[in-house]
Ligand binder design. Structure first.
Ligand code: PSU
Ligand code: MN
Length: 307
């Protein structure tokens, strides 16, 4: 059986030239943001990557093909399609096998990026350990993927809809390097700080790229999580969000939302409860992550001489 993978023309050219490529996920488009802001953001993010010297590769499953890089028309189709599956490690193969359409989460995007030889991936927030996980057992497959697939993921930390201390504990147990960029604190998505120290701190893209390469030299499986704080001007205070997160979490429990449905439900409710402010901040931080990821990818694409 062949690998049913298609590269966009841009990504194919970048691969041939050995130039920098940044993977981008698609669940953020289909399950993380409302239409039309989702397509607009996806296009802005791609532009940001190009401006910073790399080629964007937005990843999704369409017509049973693993797409590495989408055309504008494909992006629009995906953003407007109803019934797009949310794909993680557990269901990406089944979706491809039955010719389906699906958006890739952080976990599935890492799998696809690794198959495509792409080492750096930018997103908004990763999945993690949900509040109440001690009874629900809801721990995102993103954490296990970070432990096994060698891709450096740039995110804005973990959302306060998650249990951030437990998320950091699981990452440590799984041997995932968690690197705060330019500060000591682990950022909490909408806020620059979570009140918790990140295990590692790095201040330059080159340092992150070298750490990625060294993991390969040591034969360590798994990737790195780079936690890049949201720009100051776009921050939303943790205090103002806390009651809204509590409300959304309670509603999810009352309505029996579970499994894959939890994260999209909470994101949608927060968008409504903040009158869209959560989305504006989300867009700003994704762009910020796209910039840093592009810089890291450019460091990794440099010809030998890193030793
Ligand atoms: N967190 C966000 N925005 C998102 C997601 C998480 O702030 O769009 C998406 C990502 O695709 C992530 C997925 O990989 O949700 C995690 O879902 P789950 O918690 O079901 O593993
Ligand atoms: Mn989950």
């Amino acid at each position: 059986m062949n690998l049913p993978m298609d590269f966009s023309a841009d990504v194919a050219a970048a691969r041939a030239a050995g130039s920098a490529i940044v993977a981008l996920e698609s669940t953020i488009i289909t399950h993380g943001m409302p239409y039309p802001q989702n397509v607009e953001t996806a296009q802005l993010v791609e532009r940001e990557v190009r401006t910073h010297g790399a080629t964007p590769a937005t990843i999704a499953v369409m017509n049973g093909r693993l797409k590495i890089g989408l055309s504008d028309a494909e992006l629009e189709d995906l953003a407007q399609a109803s019934q797009v599956a949310k794909l993680s490690r557990a269901d990406i193969a089944a979706c491809i096998a039955h010719g389906g359409i699906g958006a890739t989460t952080v976990a599935a995007t890492m799998i696809a990026a690794n198959l495509a030889g792409i080492s750096v991936f930018a997103t908004g927030g990763i999945g993690g350990v949900h509040k109440g996980a001690e009874t629900s057992f809801d721990i995102s497959a993103d954490l296990g993927e970070l432990a096994r697939t060698p891709v450096t993921v740039v995110a804005a930390g973990a959302k306060a809809i998650l249990d951030v201390p437990k998320t950091l504990e699981v990452l440590e147990t799984q041997g995932v390097p968690v690197i705060a960029f330019g500060q000591d604190d682990f950022p909490a998505f909408w806020s620059r700080t979570s009140g918790l120290m990140a295990p590692l701190r790095m201040d330059s893209a080159a340092e992150i790229a070298n750490a990625h390469l060294m993991r390969g030299v040591l034969g360590l499986s798994g990737g790195q999580l780079v936690a890049n704080p949201i720009p100051k001007a776009s921050e939303i205070s943790a205090q103002s969000l806390a009651p809204l997160i509590a409300q959304a979490t309670q509603e999810a429990a009352e309505q029996g939302v579970s499994g894959k449905g939890v994260t999209p439900f909470l994101l949608q409710r927060l968008f409504e409860l903040t009158d869209g402010a959560s989305l504006t901040a989300n867009i700003a931080l994704v762009l910020n992550n796209a910039r840093l990821a592009s810089e890291i990818a450019c460091c990794l694409a440099k010809p030998a001489g890193n030793d």
